[in-house]
Write a protein that binds this ligand. Structure first.
Ligand SMILES: O=C(CO)[C@H](O)[C@H](O)COP(=O)(O)O
Length: 222
């Protein structure tokens, strides 16, 4: 299996009033990284957090912070997020006119770069960018809110990417849980974002393990 399972709880489902404790709790439950849902009220109809909160959180944990920038001007926040301690800066392809330049800016600031695609965007638009980035995010819900229904019809995008790029970190986000993970893993997803499916599970450690086992099982079948 040329790729690794990475389970990435979406902090959108955490109790923001206790963000540091929630982050440590998820790491204690087996999370590999944490998904920080950054929403600006323009690109999506919701507002969540910005660089000042990443900076506060960074004082409480060394964990890899995967910042998913659901913002309309991703160029604007690169330096602030780098200084705040973000590990990966994932922008939406729909929000920029010059993705290669933005990727260079993210790398120059010392972060890993990711590109996200909304459900209505064809996956082919990221093919040329894959060699330049560390991760591609295929949205399996419309971005903006947690707790939505998993869009299974997005999985052909994952399968096409996995076929073309066997080693790539392919992230899926939206509606992932014990009920939906097998289909996402079978398509080839390995970086699994889950908010409701982890935070609202009776046992978050078990929920994380189920997600990880599913990704790893797909690998053993190959
Ligand atoms: O990016 C997001 C919404 O834009 C969330 O990360 C995503 O929806 C995860 O939440 P859930 O697992 O509850 O669906």
């Amino acid at each position: 299996m040329p790729y690794q399972a990475k389970i990435n709880p979406s902090m959108l489902s955490s109790d923001f009033a206790y963000l540091g404790d929630e982050a440590k709790r998820m790491v204690g439950c087996g999370a590999d990284c944490l998904h920080m849902d950054v929403m600006d009220g323009h690109f999506v109809p919701n507002i969540t957090l910005g660089a000042p909160i990443i900076k506060c959180l960074r004082k409480h944990t060394d964990v890899f912070l995967d910042c998913h920038m659901m913002v309309s001007n991703p160029e604007q926040w690169v330096d602030d997020f780098a200084k705040a301690g973000a590990s990966l800066y994932c922008f939406h392809i729909e929000a920029t006119k010059d993705a290669p330049a933005l990727i260079d800016k993210i790398h120059a600031a010392g972060m890993k770069a990711g590109v996200a695609v909304k459900p209505g965007t064809p996956v082919e638009v990221v093919f040329d960018l894959v060699p330049k980035v560390e991760q591609i995010l295929i949205m399996t819900v419309e971005p903006g809110f947690g707790g939505q229904k998993f869009m299974e019809d997005m999985l052909p995008k994952v399968a096409i990417l996995r076929e073309k790029f066997p080693d790539l970190d392919i992230e899926v986000d939206g509606g992932l849980s014990a009920e939906t993970i097998d289909k996402a893993a079978a398509a080839g997803a390995n970086v699994i974002v889950a908010g409701t499916g982890v935070f609202h599970a009776p046992d978050p450690s078990e929920a994380i393990q189920i997600l990880r086992d599913s990704v790893n099982r797909r690998g053993k079948k190959e």
